[in-house]
Design a protein around this ligand. Structure first.
Ligand code: RNT
Ligand code: ZN
Length: 416
């Protein structure tokens, strides 16, 4: 008797899909797992509250407060996710042991040695983010766009320090580092001057990017945003600002799907970005009514984003990262749910006969296209997913959660 997988494989073959190729592609596709889901975006460099117009809500027990805890939690999560991934760090996750504390403008590669050791032991790459929030120098809500030269200079130095650290990550791991710049700068109410802050932001970026670095090793991205909490009326790094700056300066645009008006969708924006950019970076998240950074579900938009990556043939030009932070549920489960959902969305896209569907569109056969795309939803995608998980040596169904529960009982609840 044929196994379920053999049957699924044949079923997909009838529509021209090679499930083996889909499984292998997924296995080799790295997603950047954001460390900040593990500790509610707190980091290790200060006791500052999270600022910058973003917010984590919930008080689920067991938050990691020390590097060893965060690393152990990430290991637990990664052991339940198939494939080889990257880790995504923020500058505030610097680890100060040798030589004591260094402020953000003085960060050096040595403050990330333990992260490099962690990544190397696991054969993973590291992505990086300067942290322009949760810091006294960001208390005004302005960083690289600040009219206060002392503040602006401090953050310019931070940006430069982060490029040096990113290059160090790439050199050590042998895997390019994606460094994403996002600043929280903006105003709560209607500004008197809109062009000034944007001009200062551009000048600050020019200075940061003027330091020499190897562009084949460090891919610098600029993330746009529509608004933040407390900065509802004006965001310096708007979509238009970042898109134009990126195009002019050869950076990589980063789109976070929580950063647009609620009826705008990143899935529809991607093809335009692909046409005019070699690389595109993504923060996949889930906004509920606003940029709430809920855990990624296997929902229509996540699937549609995955479809754009695969159907365009540009999957390998995309730096795919997740970006959410939920403190109301088990944080390790939050990672596993989001990562597995992103993978399932990609698998669904890899199991779709894009060429045939494109042809129907071009021939104007919209009824047939409609029928096909709806019937495809009942194809045995879940069985191919199971096969993928089995081959990766991770649980193929919800049984992974028992391991998280066990870890919660033996490790997380004992944390102070
Ligand atoms: C904020 C941006 C940014 C942050 C992380 C922590 O709205 O999405 O990417 O979430 O850098
Ligand atoms: Zn983001």
């Amino acid at each position: 008797m044929a196994t379920c997988y053999e049957w699924a494989k044949q079923k997909y073959a009838t529509i021209g899909i090679d499930t083996e190729a889909a499984i292998n592609t997924l296995k080799n596709y790295a997603i950047s797992m954001h460390c900040w889901q593990g500790d509610d975006v707190r980091g290790f460099d200060s006791e500052e509250e999270l600022s910058g117009g973003i917010q984590t809500t919930g008080n689920y027990p067991g938050r990691a407060t020390r590097p060893e805890e965060l690393m152990a939690d990430m290991d637990k999560a990664l052991s339940l996710i198939g494939g080889k991934h990257k880790i995504n760090l923020h500058a505030c996750y610097a680890i100060f042991e040798k030589g004591g504390f260094a402020d953000r403008d003085k960060l050096e590669p040595k403050h990330f040695e333990r992260w490099v050791a962690y990544a190397k032991e696991r054969g993973m790459g590291i992505d990086f983010n300067p942290t322009f929030f949760s810091h006294p120098m960001a208390a005004s809500g302005l960083t690289l766009s600040s009219p206060d030269e002392e503040i602006r200079r401090f953050w310019i130095e931070h940006g430069k320090a982060c490029i040096r650290i990113s290059e160090y990550f790439a050199n050590e791991t042998g895997i390019p580092c994606v460094m994403n710049i996002w600043i929280p700068d903006g105003y709560k109410d209607i500004p008197a001057d809109r062009i000034g802050p944007r001009a200062r932001f551009a000048a600050s970026l020019d200075e940061i990017l003027a330091i020499p670095y190897d562009k084949s090793k460090v891919l610098i991205c600029l993330e746009s945003k529509v608004f933040g909490i407390g900065v509802e009326s004006y965001t310096v790094g708007s979509a238009e600002f970042t898109m134009n700056y990126v195009a002019k300066n050869g950076l990589v645009p980063l789109m976070d799907n929580g950063h647009y008006h609620p009826t705008e969708v990143v899935s529809d924006k991607l093809s335009s970005m692909f046409l005019f950019n070699k690389n595109v970076a993504l923060h996949v998240t889930r906004g509920v009514r606003w940029d709430s950074d809920h855990v990624v579900r296997l929902d229509d938009e996540t699937r549609e984003i995955a479809k754009e990556l695969v159907a365009s043939g540009r999957m390998n030009d995309v730096a795919l990262a997740l970006d959410y932070f939920d403190a109301s549920i088990n944080r390790i489960a939050a990672w596993v749910i989001g990562m597995r959902n992103m993978q399932r969305a990609l698998l669904g896209a890899l199991l779709t006969p894009h060429a045939a569907m494109k042809q129907l569109q071009n021939e104007g056969k919209f009824t047939e296209l409609f029928v096909k795309s709806e019937e495809l939803k009942s194809y045995p995608e879940g069985i191919v997913w199971e096969e993928f998980c089995n081959r990766c040596g991770v649980p193929a169904d919800e049984s992974w959660f028992a391991e998280v529960q066990q870890y919660e009982k033996t490790v997380l609840v004992n944390r102070k």
